[in-house]
Ligand binder design. Structure first.
Ligand SMILES: Nc1nc2c(ncn2[C@@H]2O[C@H](COP(=O)(O)OP(=O)(O)OP(=O)(O)O)[C@@H](O)[C@H]2O)c(=O)[nH]1
Ligand SMILES: [Mg+2]
Length: 462
């Protein structure tokens, strides 16, 4: 039997302690397996699980007859299930040993262990969802912010596919006209003028461009806003990091160069979800490990959405401070003058030329003074980052963005070929190329390798 027709099973809830854990079985043997392992409360074999009904009973080991757990069973007959196959879900007690044993029992009766994402892959193969919708399943699960959840859900319902589909239809119409003009060059069959074809191709380029632009800014919704703490060693970055995440997450000592690695944590500042990143102090060093840490710090400072440029207010400004401020000059963020509980050695006036557009805030990680103002400033900047992202956002992951960009380039080439009156069949080649890339998004032209890669990103049981 082909792999895709075998009956699969997995624990579909996170492994750990919980009130309930679910074992899911999908495939043609699902009901027969349920019949073997599920007993009603009196210990009798159930004659047949009622479709869509919830039955209370117990799971028994089909070989030894041992009682494994109490469970509720739900039967979902094909094609009205997630995978469009027969599906049975057993809701058991949510413990590691219990769920593992229930899964083993189901496997003994003829199912095999599902691969990561295999249930979703089957929904895709059965035509229930396309590839971009399958990818949206992971995004819904991983959504950390409410806006990310909303956008991922829109894609699960086909938002990206619909927008891509509209562009695809336009390209197809254009191709039909081009092919007709090639096949019947002398006949008047209502083929579009080359000028109109060029215009239409350019319209597709603009639409693709818009999709790439909004897709790129949607990263903020999916990944949240990242804020990096940057500054020379010992200025109090890790102390501020701990104050902002509300726990002793990073090691703090008075030895410069304490933090060597990138440390990040999710936190909610004034209701805004933020990924906060602590980094190694930026300085020139011969120590190999510290050097790697500084390189990582530079990279984080470059990639983050916002930066907190930390200065030690109890020491005069030095070249390392100035270098760091210059490095983050174009980034949005604040300058945090820390250690304001100590005597100040930093004049605000001397900082202004190095701060760019950033507000200068005084604070103390030690006493907590000024931390509230720092939080408010970060929350305001983060909200501006999110709301300024785009008006009509659609979520796109890196793979989808790359395909959209390739499709856009191909359409540009074809518009160029048409406008320069190069032979229309060359323009057609570029359009077929654009179609190929658009179909990569929905999965019409996705290869087996690509699908393997996408579905392997999933957790087992989804
Ligand atoms: N007085 C005072 N001391 C502080 C304050 N913030 C941090 N410190 C002290 O400054 C020293 C360095 O703090 P860290 O938070 O480790 O500094 P860092 O910038 O992370 O240092 P590296 O990891 O080496 O780059 C520690 O001894 C802290 O206790 C503050 O607001 N006031
Ligand atoms: Mg540190």
């Amino acid at each position: 039997m082909s792999k895709d027709r075998e009956t699969i099973a997995a624990i579909s809830t996170p492994l750990g302690e919980g009130a309930i854990g679910i074992v899911r079985v999908s495939g043609s043997l699902a009901f027969a397996i349920a019949n073997k392992v599920f007993r009603d409360p009196s210990g009798q074999r159930q004659r047949e699980l009622k479709p869509w009904g919830v039955r209370y009973g117990s799971i028994v080991d089909c070989e030894t007859g041992e009682h494994v757990d109490e469970a509720l069973a739900v039967a979902m007959p094909a094609p009205h299930s997630f995978t469009r196959e027969d599906v049975v879900e057993f809701s058991c007690h949510g413990g590691v040993a219990v769920l593992t044993r229930v899964l083993e029992t189901v496997i003994k009766c003829g199912a095999r262990l599902a691969e990561p994402g295999e249930f979703t892959k089957r929904a895709f193969l059965a035509g229930r969802i396309d590839l971009s919708q399958a990818e949206a399943v992971i995004d819904v699960i991983r959504a950390k912010t409410d806006s990310a959840r909303r956008l991922a859900l829109a894609n699960l319902r086909g938002e990206l596919s619909t927008r891509v589909g509209r562009i695809r239809d336009n390209v197809l119409v254009l191709l039909a006209h081009i092919e007709a003009s090639i096949d019947f060059p002398d006949e008047d069959i209502g083929v579009l003028e080359v000028k109109d074809m060029t215009e239409r191709a350019q319209e597709s380029v603009s639409e693709l461009n818009e999709l790439v632009r909004t897709g790129m800014s949607s990263r903020v919704y999916r990944d949240g806003v990242s804020v990096v703490l940057a500054g020379r060693p010992n200025v109090g970055k890790s102390s501020l990091f701990n104050a902002l995440v509300g726990k002793m997450r990073a090691i703090v000592t008075d030895i410069p160069g304490t933090t060597r690695d990138v440390i990040d944590d999710w936190t909610t500042i004034k209701g805004v979800p933020i990924r906060l990143v602590d980094t190694a102090g930026m300085r020139k060093t011969r120590d190999l490990i510290e050097k790697l840490g500084v390189e990582a710090a530079n990279q984080q400072a470059e990639e983050a959405d916002l930066v907190v440029a930390v200065i030690d207010g109890s020491r005069p400004i030095c070249d390392e401070d100035r270098d760091m401020l210059l490095q983050v000059m174009d980034k949005s963020g604040v300058v945090a003058v820390n250690k304001c509980d100590l005597e100040s050695e930093v004049e605000e006036g001397s900082l202004i030329p190095h701060a760019g557009d950033k507000r200068i805030l005084r604070m103390s990680a030690k006493t907590g003074e000024g931390i509230n103002e720092l939080e408010q400033a970060l929350a305001d900047l983060a909200v501006a980052e999110i709301t300024g992202a785009c008006e009509n956002p659609v979520m796109a992951n890196l793979r989808q963005l790359e395909a959209l960009e390739n499709a856009m380039r191909s359409m540009e080439e074809s518009a160029h070929a048409l406008s320069n009156s190069v032979s229309p069949d060359l323009a057609a080649i570029d359009m077929y190329e654009a179609l190929f890339w658009l179909d990569q998004i929905t999965g019409r032209s996705a290869s087996e390798d690509l699908m393997e890669k996408i579905f392997s990103e999933f957790c087992i049981g989804k």
